[in-house]
Design a protein around this ligand. Sequence first.
Ligand SMILES: NC(=O)c1ccc[n+]([C@@H]2O[C@H](COP(=O)([O-])OP(=O)(O)OC[C@H]3O[C@@H](n4cnc5c(N)ncnc54)[C@H](OP(=O)(O)O)[C@@H]3O)[C@@H](O)[C@H]2O)c1
Length: 328
Amino acid sequence: MKAIVITQPGAPDVLQIAERPIPHYGPDEVLVKVTAAGINRPDIFQRKGNYPPPPGAPQDIPGLEIAGTIVEAGNNVKRWKVGDKVCALVTGGGYAEFCNVPESQCLPVPKGLNFVEAASLPETFFTVWSNVFDRGKLQPGESLLIHGGSSGIGATATQMAKALGSKVYVTAGSDEKCVFCKSQGADEVINYRTQDFVIEIDRMTGEKGVDVILDMVGGSYTQRNLKVLAEEGRLVMINTMEGKNVEIDLSIVMLKRLHITGSTLRPRSVEFKAAIADSLEKNIWPLLASGKIKPVVNAVFPAHRAADAHILMESSGHTGKIVLSFDL
Ligand SMILES: NC(=O)c1ccc[n+]([C@@H]2O[C@H](COP(=O)([O-])OP(=O)(O)OC[C@H]3O[C@@H](n4cnc5c(N)ncnc54)[C@H](OP(=O)(O)O)[C@@H]3O)[C@@H](O)[C@H]2O)c1
């Protein structure tokens, strides 16, 4: 099969097409003929050598999400059969013509969506469900602040939180990105390059603060996040793009009874991911089928142009998701 491999850690041009054997699949796995594969920021970190894949995952083929058709199924597979169209969360190896995946990490392609749209879903939908709703315990009627509101994660979090009855505030790095965030349903948008989010959230919430923050920035945002959390508020970290070592005033945690948490999805067990898949299929897949939640694909690149897709993501010029197609 053809695969896009990381030939060595480095710039986007280290991504090259190579011939690889079609992967083996286990008794609880299916083999998917990949039509489209989503791109995520962690793929960039992996390409640069800063995000090693967990043991057992393909070491040099990136890709955390795919959509395509099941072509073979292991002996223990119960739900799926050859010919089924699925999208799936994978631990790596998504940038390839074939990918093996535990059957429990597959979900049906939502009604009305094509493979490119379906491939844009798993990584951000699993991450947002797990962090905003499971860890952050966001409830209907509560408020959510999302940093990086125009990212793939940000657009997903905005749509899900709005669909489930929360008020959504986002930060983004340009006026154009703020307009995009509004189009995703955000109630209030803050251009962090021209506005101070602490002042704006104080003003917008009448100094009450927000109930949950989804943060991928870390660094100097951390103390400011604690400032704008409401009493009993929850700060959920999913990355630290500005920096992981920070100084915070812990008294604010005690005074407002705050919770600081976070997680990384990729190294978690198959059972953990299966439980998220169940929740998504029950709570979110009907909203995708009805069009209440929509995939946001900003750009599609043929697989052999994976390097260009990474250049676009690293420029942060995109809004929403970037997808590779093996079918152009
Ligand atoms: N923990 C997990 O399990 C998990 C899983 C998936 C993704 N993630 C993380 O979630 C984040 C979003 O992922 P994604 O794939 O949706 O990313 P993405 O679409 O590439 O978006 C990232 C956005 O973050 C904003 N940003 C803010 N501060 C930044 C900084 N210091 N450096 C670079 N960008 C910055 C940029 O928009 P502005 O122009 O508005 O600044 C950029 O467009 C990433 O950090 C990723 O690593 C975590």
